[in-house]
Design a protein around this ligand. Structure first.
Ligand code: ITT
Length: 192
């Protein structure tokens, strides 16, 4: 089975490559030659992941899935959430996003946060959804060089390293995205 992963984020593609079962041929947006922007104007991760998947499905007619992920910080009323990629405005820049987040969080004692991923999968005309959550906390300094986005300031519960200090393999054993992808893989194994 061929499945398009409707994302422009190369880090996401890299992360999930090893989690996809062998009988699935994963195609990225660059593999199919799509360079356009998909406007994510939904009000939730669910809506935005569905917008991305539906857009590619209707344009190419191929089965596909999309991931929308947000960092939800308890003391900031679950922000940046759906605004995670453009939290500090345009052009999108992870360092600026991190700086803004740390500034906004500086007066709060509660640093609890979670990453939440929602995957929308479209097979033929059927739509399915899978969620993955990892709880942790935000630290005030940047640590580690691996990963992407907010990884250098997020420590998952039960660990003393940030996601950016963990290897790709280690992050994949516990991450929001791997939980959602594994749910999708189990579903595909059983049903397709
Ligand atoms: P696509 O929409 O093309 O998939 P994107 O990077 O815009 O790519 P999202 O809207 O899902 O994807 O992601 C929002 C932002 O959240 C993303 O740009 C990162 O800054 C951050 N993010 C997502 N997943 C993350 C992860 O695993 N670790 C750290 N930050 C992450």
């Amino acid at each position: 089975m061929e499945l398009i992963f409707a994302t422009h984020n190369k880090n996401k593609v890299l992360e999930i490559k090893n989690l996809i079962q062998k009988n699935i041929k994963l195609l990225s947006l660059s593999d199919i030659g799509f360079k356009g922007e998909i406007i994510e104007d939904g009000k939730s991760l669910d809506q935005n992941s569905l917008i991305k998947a539906k857009y590619i499905k209707s344009k190419y007619g191929m089965n596909c899935f999309a991931d929308d992920t947000g960092l939800e910080v308890h003391s900031l009323n679950k922000k940046p959430g759906i605004y995670s990629s453009r939290y500090a405005g345009y052009p999108i820049n992870s360092n600026n996003n991190i700086k803004k987040l740390l500034k906004n969080l500086s007066g709060f004692n509660n640093k609890n946060a979670r990453f939440r991923t929602v995957i929308s999968l479209i097979i033929n005309e059927n739509i399915y959804s899978f969620e993955g959550i990892i709880n942790g906390k935000i630290i005030e300094e940047i640590k580690g060089n691996n990963g992407f986005g907010y990884d250098p300031i997020f420590i998952p519960n039960g660990y003393n390293k940030t996601f950016a200090e963990l290897s790709l393999k280690e992050k994949n054993t516990i991450s929001h995205r791997s939980i959602a992808i594994n749910k999708m893989m189990n579903f595909l194994k059983k049903n397709y």
